[in-house]
Design a protein around this ligand. Structure first.
Ligand code: 5AD
Ligand code: SF4
Length: 440
């Protein structure tokens, strides 16, 4: 009997990439492939890359190097895709230094992957196909979901904001929104398949424009009506476009989780201007005030970049004071990383590595102290939790997310997976909560 062919995908970067990998897996499943848990045993190995910071670049190139030996020892098709492939200098590097790569494609043509794989297999030569920009949105691609009860749904692609540090507008192209009816159809299919929570994805969901009558808040109101759907989340919001209408949607739509990821990037208005973020520290704080006035229990997370070119000690302290004022539930902190082809690459006054690290450590200490304090305040509260499965930490505990996106561990049983249960919080740690299930 012929052995079933297998694949293994390694995904770097954001949820958008994770979701693209689900699509790649779905297309391979349609071709009869099975997933292999081990990269070293798979027939087709895919790397879906990220170029937002240089540490992901480095890890990717390191692994490509290691694969040379494995490729020599057995038959294997090596495919690379994702944001890094949208940069010509990366493709040139791969051609020169890693000639054992078989298929290279980009972010705009993942739907072509099955054909590209076939031609690499048939013609036994390297296939490179990268589109410069996104064409028409391709609907109806299959997906093999990472989770049974929650799903990612792309609502738009690309970004028009050109923050001066960021590579994404160059690798993901201009903004394109999916039609509301296509999104609605997908969400209904997912719900019919057991999904209870959807996360709407876009680089800047606040600028979603499905048609002349449907902006992002309208889309939320529409999805709030989908029977069987329990929770709606979204990622990521740009503060410059967060409307009062969306804040009202938190009040009106019971399915919209009371959580927002609202990247601030830095607390100094001068640096924000240099970053081309199009809001000031005061605008941002005003938004937070409005959100909390309308939705007092809302949890808030953010992204912060430390060491943007020209950032002074005083300006960094403005970031610290903003963090102390907002009191984020959690924050993703990044060292500024030079990206080739972005405006900030050429800015003078790049900050020395040791200064960046020193500031970064101070920021992380503050962020963690606040997270721990906020989580400790949850003790005694009863939270609605969508049970996801075994907790990574211990074999007996299950884990899930609260409405406010906090990770919580508790004793549970397999039949609860996919259900929403009440959990009383018994302890708050820096990155998670502990709890016990309560009936009712
Ligand atoms: N250096 C460091 N962090 C970056 N981000 C984007 N570009 C860079 C960069 N060049 C961060 C931003 C963004 C998150 C996804 O990654 O904080 O919100
Ligand atoms: Fe990058 Fe700014 Fe677009 Fe976000 S909004 S993807 S940080 S350019």
């Amino acid at each position: 009997m012929k052995k079933t062919k297998t694949y293994h995908i390694t995904t770097f970067g954001c949820q958008m990439n994770e979701h693209d990998s689900e699509t790649l897996a779905g297309m391979l499943a349609e071709k009869g492939y099975e997933e292999s848990p081990e990269r070293d045993e798979a027939d087709v190995v895919i790397f879906n890359t990220c170029s937002v910071r240089d540490n992901a670049d480095k890890r990717f190139f390191g692994t490509l190097g290691q694969l040379k030996k494995i490729k020599k020892s057995r038959d294997l098709t090596l495919c690379v895709c994702g944001c890094m492939m949208q940069q010509q200098h990366i493709i040139d590097d791969i051609k020169k230094k890693f000639p054992w790569v078989d298929v290279i494609f980009g972010t705009h043509n993942i739907h072509q992957f099955p054909q590209l794989l076939d031609s690499a297999l048939e013609e036994k030569k390297r296939v490179i196909n990268v589109w410069e920009d996104g064409g028409e949105i391709v609907e109806g691609l299959p997906a093999k979901r990472l989770y049974k009860h929650k799903a990612f749904v792309n609502i738009m692609y690309g970004c028009n904001n050109f923050c001066t540090y960021c590579i994404v507008p160059y690798t993901r192209g201009r903004e394109r929104s999916r039609k509301p009816e296509d999104i609605l159809r997908e969400v209904k299919c997912l719900v019919a398949d057991g999904v209870r929570e959807v996360t709407l994805l876009g680089q800047n969901v606040n600028s979603y424009r499905g048609d002349e009558n449907t902006d992002f808040s309208d889309l939320i109101y529409m999805l709030n009506e989908v029977e069987g759907l329990e929770r709606i989340r979204f990622m990521t919001s740009h503060p410059k476009d967060l409307s009062d209408k969306l804040i009202q949607a938190y009040v009106d739509c019971e399915k919209l989780c009371k959580y927002i990821h609202l990247p601030v990037q830095c607390g100094s208005s001068r640096v924000l201007k240099e970053m081309n973020r199009k809001y000031t520290r005061e605008d941002y704080l005003e938004l937070i005030r409005k959100l909390r006035a309308a939705v007092p229990e809302i949890t808030i997370s953010t992204d912060i970049i430390v060491g943007f070119p020209g950032e002074t000690e005083e300006e960094f302290e403005e970031t610290l004071s903003l963090v102390a004022e907002v009191e984020y539930d959690s924050a993703f902190t990044f060292l500024y990383s030079i990206r080739k082809g972005t405006p900030a690459e050429k800015y003078p006054d790049q900050i020395p590595e040791e200064v960046k690290h020193e500031r970064f450590n101070r920021l992380v200490d503050l962020v963690n102290e606040i997270s721990a304090k906020k989580n400790a305040a949850y003790v005694g509260r009863v939270e609605k939790v969508l049970v996801e499965g075994y907790s990574k930490n211990t074999a007996t505990a299950y884990s899930g997310r609260t409405d406010g996106f906090k990770l919580i561990n508790f004793e549970g049983s397999e039949d609860l997976v996919g259900k929403i249960v009440n959990v009383r919080v018994t302890a708050g740690k820096t990155f998670s909560l502990e709890g016990e299930i309560v009936s009712e």
